[in-house]
Write a protein that binds this ligand. Structure first.
Ligand SMILES: Cc1cc2nc3c(=O)[nH]c(=O)nc-3n(C[C@H](O)[C@H](O)[C@H](O)COP(=O)(O)OP(=O)(O)OC[C@H]3O[C@@H](n4cnc5c(N)ncnc54)[C@H](O)[C@@H]3O)c2cc1C
Length: 469
């Protein structure tokens, strides 16, 4: 059966793809079969178009064949979306690596979807511009992937999610037709702003082939401090003060609970903690600016004002880039911290900042009642996004139990089961905890209208059955 399907695919694609454009059998390397989450599946074939135009031609063919397809970017997604499911072919974007136009006057750049995030960052930085989305997977993840997942990261507080940096998109629809709007203007209210339907759609509505991106002036100063406080209300007081005093210069406000901080500093011996007695919460505060003489002073004055309000707080201000890196190493060690308590379940919920304390206390208590004490809590609190990692899940069914326990508590507080990583295959069971029936119905309608055969990234985000005429 598979042999027949493969032969059909090979003869259909032969006029479009070159010899390296269709891989099958032994030529399919393991990297196409598994993603960062460790899930595995074997595709019927891997298709590697060389250009956006080839993507469109390939999709027209696949649509004609009724062939299911999964799109692969850098394979760093954390919800299992890219793992090939039975009968799927992989559409890899790895050969679409051209930076097509860089307008250094306007601060815009047009790229193909397969350009790696770090390659783009370095390219624009050399000319004094910043592409502000920055995440730990920067070396591997692609522009198409971060747009398809609307990635966040450490600087959302100042620059927004990926969505805020996208001016225009070119998308290939499941039937192979191309919808292109790559304008550089920020303002465009002529009808629906269609790009937003595709940003964060996890590859279920169309394949992003090109993007027009907005850049930011490259900051020339960076101030970093680690603040130790006792109690979440003090975290909120510090956030409010930093927002008021530093305004748009405030670029990061990352909070680590002691359960996470102790794993990193004591168990992993990473980063520079440096407090004789750390408080209950550690806050990494960062500001960026372009005023060499005044930025550091404004930052230190804001922290001094906080110390006057909360004398029990402790502060370490980085005196050099090396110091700053040592402080960031605490927060950047989240991957290793999770590994230290494997097997684990990771969460990236979002919720109103004023509900965070209630939520963490309730979830910690419910986990403890189940005997689950290996917990790490940290997050981009300034953006309302919390990460929770629960480890030691050796027992059969323990992961499913924790998933249910954590996700079932979030909707009633006005939160979301995913602040950043998306739903994919791993969280779809719990989507209804934070999306209403009306919202889900509209999502289904959108999917069916753009992809009536359900060929593209089928079963990601939610399950739908094909409609039979
Ligand atoms: C170490 C690490 C740190 C991370 N940190 C963060 C973080 O701070 N914030 C955050 O938000 N996320 C983070 N992530 C997860 C994040 O979602 C991904 O790193 C990134 O956004 C995905 O890009 P990718 O190219 O690897 O996409 P993939 O993993 O290849 O794909 C992700 C999804 O997008 C789809 N897709 C990929 N390319 C396209 C395309 N061109 N058109 C349509 N659909 C496409 C895929 O089908 C899939 O559904 C992290 C991941 C890792 C491993």
């Amino acid at each position: 059966m598979d042999d027949h399907a493969l032969q059909r695919l090979q003869s259909a694609c032969a006029p479009v793809l070159d010899a390296a454009g269709l891989l099958s059998g032994q030529a399919i390397e393991p990297r196409y079969c598994r993603d960062w989450t460790g899930g595995e599946g074997r595709p019927l074939a891997v298709l590697r178009p060389r250009s956006p135009e080839e993507v469109a031609r390939v999709m027209t063919l696949l649509n004609g064949l009724g062939q299911p397809v999964v799109v692969q970017g850098g394979m760093t997604g954390l919800v299992g979306s890219c793992v090939p499911q039975h009968g799927e072919v992989v559409l890899s974007m790895e050969r679409l690596r051209t930076i097509e136009e860089f307008d250094t006057g306007a601060g815009t750049v047009q790229v193909q979807a397969g350009v790696a995030l770090e390659a783009l960052q370095q390219h624009v930085q050399a000319k004094g511009w910043l592409f502000p989305v920055d995440i730990g997977s920067r070396g591997s993840c692609q522009i198409g992937g971060i747009i398809a997942t609307n990635a966040g990261g450490n600087r959302v507080l100042r620059y927004g999610m990926t969505r805020q940096s996208v001016l225009g998109l070119e998308v290939v629809l499941p039937n192979g037709s191309v919808v292109s709007r790559l304008g550089k203007a920020l303002k465009d209210n002529a009808g629906y702003d269609l790009k937003h339907a595709f940003i964060g759609s996890e590859g279920t509505l169309g394949i992003i082939t090109r993007a027009q991106l907005a850049l930011q002036p490259l900051p020339t100063t960076q101030q970093t401090a680690l603040v130790s406080v006792d109690g979440f209300p003090q975290v909120l007081a510090l956030l409010a003060l930093c927002r008021q005093r530093l305004g748009a210069a405030l670029s990061s406000f990352e909070v680590m609970w002691r359960d996470y901080y102790d794993t990193v500093t004591v168990q992993l011996r990473k980063g520079r903690g440096g407090f004789a007695q750390a408080g209950s919460h550690l806050v990494l505060v960062e500001s960026m600016g372009n005023h060499a003489h005044t930025d550091a002073q404004a930052f230190e004055q804001a922290l001094a004002q906080f110390m006057e309000q909360v004398p029990s707080a402790q502060v370490i201000v980085a005196q050099s880039m090396a110091d700053a890196q040592q402080l960031w190493a605490l927060r950047d060690a989240s991957g290793e911290a999770a590994q230290a308590i494997a097997p684990y379940a990771g969460f990236d919920v979002s919720l109103p900042i004023d509900r965070m304390q209630t939520w963490t206390q309730e979830v910690h208590a419910r986990l403890a009642a189940q005997g689950m004490r290996q917990v790490q809590t940290y997050g981009h609190v300034g953006d309302g996004n919390l990460h929770l990692c629960v480890g030691g899940l050796h027992a059969v069914g323990a992961k499913a139990l924790v998933d249910e326990l954590v996700h079932s508590t979030i909707g009633q507080l006005g939160g979301s089961i995913s602040g950043e990583h998306g739903i994919g295959l791993l969280k779809k069971k719990h989507l209804a905890y934070c999306r209403s029936p009306a919202e889900l119905a509209l999502m289904h309608t959108l999917k069916r209208s753009l992809d009536p055969q359900l060929l593209l990234n089928r079963g990601r985000i939610f399950d739908l059955s094909p409609l039979h005429p």
